[in-house]
Ligand binder design. Structure first.
Ligand code: DAO
Ligand code: DAO
Length: 212
């Protein structure tokens, strides 16, 4: 559809193809949309539901300075797309994943338990130590009174110093400083076993194109 262009080159909002959810091409003035995808979940082993569509964003300028500091004069074409993605995961370049809820009957209870399963397994993978405190601190931000009807947006944004800010429909609900929590969350979207491998490929290609 884009020919050789990537999502990072388009000025217009982009629609996730299965759900039609639309994602702005730029967030917070400087973060570019790099990839979009879909989070599904099978319930009771019976059927797959589309839970949310997501967009992955990062700051192109910060990425450029990070890469030129780290690799000096090495030309971008010599860097592998996968290495760039690894750099993005490990660094504290400004980055956001925006979730747009598709499933209309999401309860906070099911968000909490899905989170413990998905993020919990990543925390275990990246850190030996017991992470239950960290999980607990994050899930305690999910107050029972929050509602997440279809169309709600959640933004999980990493700021300088590995501080993760969470917003629901544009309103900040909390922030937590933790490198491993940031790493674990972004790993769900662009790590080795992502929710949607097409999104991860989008991101890899967009990163390479941002550095051209
Ligand atoms: O109604 O019990 C049910 C099925 C709900 C599945 C929920 C999956 C939740 C995934 C995480 C959402 C994060 C915003
Ligand atoms: O899809 O399994 C997953 C993980 C999604 C991360 C969801 C974080 C939700 C944080 C805000 C919820 C507030 C009620």
């Amino acid at each position: 559809m884009w020919g050789s262009l990537t999502l990072a080159d388009t000025p217009d909002p982009v629609k996730e193809s299965t759900t039609g959810m639309s994602f702005p091409s730029v967030l917070q003035d400087s973060q570019r949309l790099l990839g979009i995808g879909l989070r599904k979940k099978s319930i009771f082993g019976l059927k797959n539901i589309d839970v949310y569509a997501f967009g992955v964003y990062a700051d192109g300028g910060e990425l450029q300075s990070y890469v030129s500091e780290k690799y000096g004069t090495v030309s971008v074409s010599e860097l592998k797309e996968k290495e760039l993605k690894e750099d993005l995961l490990e660094s504290d370049i400004s980055m956001t994943v925006r979730l747009q809820i598709v499933y209309g009957k999401l309860s906070i209870k099911s968000v909490r338990s899905a989170f413990e399963e998905s993020v919990g397994s990543r925390l275990k993978k990246f850190e030996e130590a017991d992470n239950s405190d960290l999980l607990q601190r994050f899930t305690s931000l999910f107050k029972d009174e929050y509602k997440l009807p279809r169309g709600s947006t959640i933004e999980l944004a990493r700021h300088r110093g590995h501080v993760l800010h969470t917003k629901i429909d544009g309103k900040e609900v909390g922030c937590i400083e933790s490198k491993v929590l940031c790493r674990s969350i972004f790993d769900l979207y662009i790590g080795n076993e992502p929710f949607d491998s097409k999104a991860r490929e989008d991101v890899e290609r967009s990163l390479a194109s941002l550095l051209q």
